[in-house]
Design a protein. Structure first.
Length: 421
């Protein structure tokens, strides 16, 4: 099996509420009486000595910390060697909160956060999807692209050299828009690219773009690539194949990262726990279940039912359901959501690692567990990137290459449906 550095790395988008729980005094929650002898430091999975689990990459959104830089300083995220802290573009927040965009005021505040706390960070972008909202400020994709370019130029001029690796952002709701976006953004002298919009998971588009970047002598300068808003098992495998193909074109490997906030959102907003993964030739899924949260579980010694993480094997239903007042609609407190979020991220990472083990099996054995279209990617993505007949191969394998975006959308729809169950 390939080493961890040869895979695309999941960088979960950590919620501010989770970090605040870790950095606040233990007495702030349950008067310091945490279940099973746990402490805030036990939940800090960035620490290589964490007794539950360790992971070496996260994403943080500066939108959660505008005006609250002290919250990040308390977290002291830069103390661990070998950990990558990615900062996102803030663009997703603009879609529903356009007032957040305050021009140079926003850019200066974001740049200050990035240079103090992040290792890799995207420039501030105006996502192409925002035009569907009808805001007069962002009338069309061209406006969004041009503002994003000016933001990149602003960062290019104002940043401290070497403080953070900055990523250009490619947006677009179709491949024509995305290629036009790339051509406009290409002159920026930044350290890498982040992909958003519809095309971020269209491997047919991504391969064509990578080949274009190779011809433009842009790819050889890239130090990091990030894929915004994806965190499924299928994404983990497909982006890893893409990374391994790109690495063979270059003199040194390029880190690939990808992110979602799903483990935290599902636990802390939707009260859902991840369960055992389901691997089969038709689909790869991490089931989500409503976690125990009613007053009937108050003081219950019943073990937490989804024991797929280190923390889950230490928890009871009563450890989550700590409120017994009739006025409460459920029995959780803030710490309950944090504990389940830790379970979710541990489970998600383990599921991706298990899928990679299956992916590394011989073809005949792997076919028993994984979809054929994913296994096919291993066959033809390296060929597309190395051959002079790339155009013909792209055309021949277009259906499989475009399957990832459809699969991820179906998985995201399933998550939304599970929110309502």
């Amino acid at each position: 099996m390939k080493s961890h550095e040869e895979w695309a790395v999941y960088s979960p988008s950590v919620s501010a509420a989770y970090l605040k729980c870790l950095t606040a005094p233990q007495e702030k929650h349950r008067r310091g009486d945490w279940p099973s002898g746990l402490t805030p430091e036990d939940l800090n999975f960035l620490n290589p000595d964490c007794p539950l689990f360790h992971h070496n990459a996260i994403l943080l959104s500066p939108g959660q910390y505008l005006g609250e830089k002290g919250a990040l300083r308390k977290a002291d995220l830069t103390q661990y060697t070998g950990v990558t802290v990615v900062g996102d573009s803030l663009g997703f927040q603009f879609i529903d909160r356009p007032a957040l965009w305050q021009g140079k005021v926003t850019l200066d505040e974001v740049l200050e956060l990035q240079e103090e706390f992040f290792d890799v960070a995207t420039i501030v972008d105006i996502p192409s999807r925002i035009v569907t909202k009808g805001y007069p400020r962002f009338k069309n994709v061209t406006d969004c692209r041009d503002i994003t370019f000016e933001n990149g130029r602003y960062f290019e001029k104002r940043r401290t050299p070497g403080a953070v690796k900055h990523l250009n952002v490619i947006q677009g709701q179709n491949d024509i828009q995305a290629f036009q976006w790339y051509e406009v953004m290409k002159p920026l002298e930044l350290e890498g690219y982040a992909f958003g919009g519809y095309c971020r998971l269209d491997l047919h588009f991504l391969l064509r773009l990578i080949l274009k970047m190779l011809d433009d002598q842009v790819l050889e300068k890239v130090e990091h690539l990030h894929f915004l808003g994806t965190g499924t098992i299928s994404s983990a495998l497909a982006l890893s194949v893409l990374k391994q193909g790109v690495d063979k074109l270059l003199s040194k490997p390029v880190p690939f990262t990808f992110d979602t906030s799903t483990p935290f959102r599902q636990a802390m907003q939707n009260y859902q726990a991840f369960g055992y993964p389901k691997f089969n030739p038709n689909s790869l899924t991490i089931p989500m279940y409503k976690a125990p949260r009613s007053r009937e579980y108050f003081a219950s010694e019943l073990p937490f039912p989804y024991q797929t993480s280190a923390i889950s094997r230490r928890l009871t239903c009563g450890d989550l359901c700590v409120k017994n007042e009739n006025i409460q609609s459920h029995a959780w407190d803030t710490l309950s959501g944090v504990l389940v979020a830790n379970h979710n991220i541990d489970t998600a990472i383990q599921c991706m690692d298990q899928a990679r083990l299956l992916f590394a099996l011989e073809r005949e054995e792997a076919e028993r567990h994984l979809p054929l279209w994913l296994l096919n990617l291993k066959e033809f993505i390296p060929k597309i990137l190395k051959t002079e007949e790339a155009g013909a191969l792209l055309k021949r394998h277009k259906e499989d290459l475009q399957k990832l975006s459809g699969v991820v959308r179906a998985e995201e729809d399933a998550i939304l449906l599970s929110d309502k169950i």
